[in-house]
Design a protein around this ligand. Structure first.
Ligand code: PEP
Ligand code: CO
Length: 449
């Protein structure tokens, strides 16, 4: 790992999916400001996460990564952050307890504000008139509101990303160390609407068993610190070069560069070009990193990415997040896993069962079928089982609220229901009940693995 290239040379690689800022001076001001801000995470914490993902790579732990498709500035409220954390804690407990495997917990939060788009523009019919404006690229770049002023990329938003991420992470850190994540609270996470659902009732039974086990442990004098706090990490897609570059610092302990905007950063499906700016930048930082791999990825592509991103083949450094789609995973994944494994590469394999399964409902809402999500997860476990490799984790878009964005699941949400509470500004997320159901189903798959 050497010094990181400057922004100009990164852009010279023809960086994909970048905002076209109209005012370069304003970009410089925002970048300079960010360079003076304290780190959001510490390099040592990133190293700890690398160690934990190394255990995933060895088949000794399971990664749970989840959160919004796109965080919003308006979504930085105590309730919203707590609800997301709560569903992730519930899922983690289900996975740990039902499958007896340590779970590495990573939120898609405190930095997940920039979105790659398949089209640069968006056209809507407003008052009978067809209007085309720049696409919404996440709160990090421009406004969701559909008018010209709001859609102009504004670099000041990068500073807002920093501040919103700091506020989110501060609350998350308080929750996970300050008593909220205490295992003796397992029952209290199971509140409101989720409690009455079948998944909620199943959770209640499990929480009762955990409580009895804890009481027993307490009675025999065992009360380890692990009962009272959890390790929780932040992650986001490293997309806007200005932000990730400005948040990269040389760690005084190791003299190595770390992207201190989050513990784990990943490269998206649209920005994983081997000679591209994102691969170049992330090859230079020492955080644990991920790459999304879609159905067009060849084994050679994956092996070349690993050679560039993890030349020392350090376990825990590199995670491949596959997102093939339920219809493609059983045919496409085996070759990839087989050849990467045969090449002796240490990677954690994680399944994103969301991004290959998106479709537009007749009502116009972007949605996903819960059954497709589960089918892709099952395909992921089946492929790894047949190859004797470890299905290392799941990467899920979810929310802690009762939204209606994905169809199906135990509540049998129909396309007709999507309009009831559709709040995502980007991709459809599993709601809290669907997330809990997913955790129980994955726990069963994991037990069989
Ligand atoms: C995402 O994770 O929200 C995303 C855009 O994924 P992908 O890069 O896999 O399409
Ligand atoms: Co998404």
């Amino acid at each position: 790992m050497s010094a990181i290239p400057d922004l100009e040379s990164l852009h010279a690689r023809g960086a994909a999916q970048q905002p076209s800022y109209p005012d370069r001076a304003a970009v410089d001001t925002a970048v300079q400001k960010l360079r003076t801000m304290p780190p959001l995470v510490f390099a040592g914490e990133c190293d700890d996460l690398t160690e934990k993902i190394a255990a995933v790579t060895r088949g000794e732990a399971f990664l749970l990564q989840g959160g919004d498709c796109a965080e919003t500035f308006a979504g930085v409220t105590a309730d919203n952050v707590r609800n997301k954390l709560r569903v992730l804690l519930q899922m983690a407990v289900v996975l740990t307890y039902a499958a007896s495997v340590p779970v590495v917990k990573v939120g898609r939060l405190a930095g997940q504000y920039a979105k790659p788009r398949s089209s640069d523009n968006e056209t809507r019919v407003v008052d009978g008139q067809s209007i085309t404006l720049p696409a919404y690229r996440g709160d990090a770049v421009n406004g969701y509101e559909f008018n010209e002023a709001s859609r102009i990329p504004d670099p000041q938003r990068l500073v807002d990303v920093y501040n919103s991420s700091a506020a989110t992470l501060n609350l998350v850190r308080a929750f996970v160390t300050g008593g909220y994540a205490d295992l003796r609270q397992v029952h209290t996470w199971n509140t409101d609407f989720v409690r009455s659902s079948p998944a909620g009732q199943r959770y209640e039974t499990m929480a009762g068993e955990i409580e009895r086990a804890l009481t027993f442990m307490h009675a025999i004098g065992a009360d380890p610190d692990e009962f009272r706090r959890v390790d929780f990490h932040s992650s986001h897609e490293a997309l806007v070069l200005e932000y990730e570059h400005a948040m990269t610092r040389i760690d005084s302990r190791t003299d190595a560069p770390y992207d201190v905007s989050g513990h784990f950063v990943w490269i998206g499906e649209r920005t994983r070009q081997l000679d591209g700016a994102h691969v170049e930048l992330l090859s230079r930082i020492r955080n644990p990193i991920g790459v999304k791999l879609g159905p067009t990825t060849s084994a050679d592509d994956a092996i070349a990415l690993a050679a560039k991103l993890n030349p020392d083949n350090t376990p825990g450094r590199l995670t491949f997040i596959t997102r093939f789609g339920a219809g493609k995973i059983r045919d496409g994944l085996p070759d990839l896993v087989e050849k990467v494994t045969a090449a002796g590469l240490h990677v954690a394999w994680v399944c994103d069962p969301m991004h290959g399964n998106t479709f537009e409902a007749s009502s116009g809402y972007k949605t996903r079928k819960f059954e497709d999500v589960i089918d892709e997860l099952q395909g992921f476990f089946d492929v790894h089982r047949s190859l004797g490799t470890w299905p290392g984790g799941i990467h899920i878009e979810l929310t802690g609220d009762d939204v209606t964005e994905c169809v199906g699941g135990g509540e049998e949400l129909a396309e007709m229901d999507l309009g009831n509470r559709y709040e995502s500004v980007c991709d459809p997320r599993l709601n809290r009940v669907q997330s809990l159901e997913t955790a129980f189903l994955v726990a069963e798959m994991l037990r069989d693995a």
